[in-house]
Design a protein around this ligand. Sequence first.
Ligand SMILES: Nc1ncnc2c1ncn2[C@@H]1O[C@H](COP(=O)(O)OP(=O)(O)OP(=O)(O)O)[C@@H](O)[C@H]1O
Ligand SMILES: [Mg+2]
Length: 293
Amino acid sequence: MEATTRQEYITCSGLYKIYKAAGLEVVALRGLELTVYDGEIIAIVGASGSGKSTLLNILAGYDSPSAGTARVGEYDLLHMTNKEVVNYRRHEVGFIWQETSRNLFPYLTSAENVELPMVLTGVSQTARTERAQELLEIVGLGHRLGHKPEQLSGGEQQRVAIAVSLANQPPLLLADEPTGELDDLTGQEILDLFNEVNQQLGTTIVIVTHDPAVATSVGRAITIRDGKTSTETTRTISFQRRVGGSASDTEEFLIVDSTGAVQIPREMLDQLDINRRVRVGVDEGKVTLESGE
Ligand SMILES: Nc1ncnc2c1ncn2[C@@H]1O[C@H](COP(=O)(O)OP(=O)(O)OP(=O)(O)O)[C@@H](O)[C@H]1O
Ligand SMILES: [Mg+2]
């Protein structure tokens, strides 16, 4: 199914996040635009400090935006009561951190770690045990139910973390650099698992990374630069070809923000000697830009 025919699930428009630290203001997000469709798996790619974690923390309900629009499903992230925030975090989103150790309690087994979020939502013991086993089987760790994190490899710990994040069947999974501490092969296996979860359970998944290679493992990759989404790369491949991360046809687009602005790549501006202003025209259905200096 084409993404454009799907229902919008995440909508961010003109999104701002301003941090105030030691009397200084840091604009971490500046008019960010993002649309994610129900059931999609996408990557947000950007350099260190570009605002990736800021965006993900807002989508996770850990932090609140300063201005703009941010909606996820039925939730308006700019106007949530405390009770809505608690509900949102418990039922709408699962979160996976880069640091494998941050995702799991070291003194609990894999099964107990997966059961814990269900204790908080009042699921019965029998249902918890059953679901924990089922989820650990989905992530390929049905044979490691009784192992504690230190008895698991880094990749296995991230698999348990994915099972934990899915415990309360959230429609949205957010992962901040989930493969950052893993070697390339293990990292690819984790990305394949995200694709499988997306296909099997229909979970919408947003993966944040500084590694452009991750973009080849998902349907759509969006680049974030200086707190703003700037380009979008769309692939035209099937799930079977996506698993394994094979290269394929891609198309790159610039993102038009809510004010009509686009970020033109620096190389193009330099090539055309465009500095402070441009002359804009329409020529046979195409918009043209030429230096106005
Ligand atoms: N709590 C905070 N207080 C003040 N400034 C912050 C805070 N959190 C982030 N920032 C600033 O906001 C900007 C974006 O940070 P963010 O953590 O979102 O970047 P990132 O893209 O996740 O980078 P990385 O790849 O290094 O994790 C940075 O300039 C950072 O210094
Ligand atoms: Mg970060």
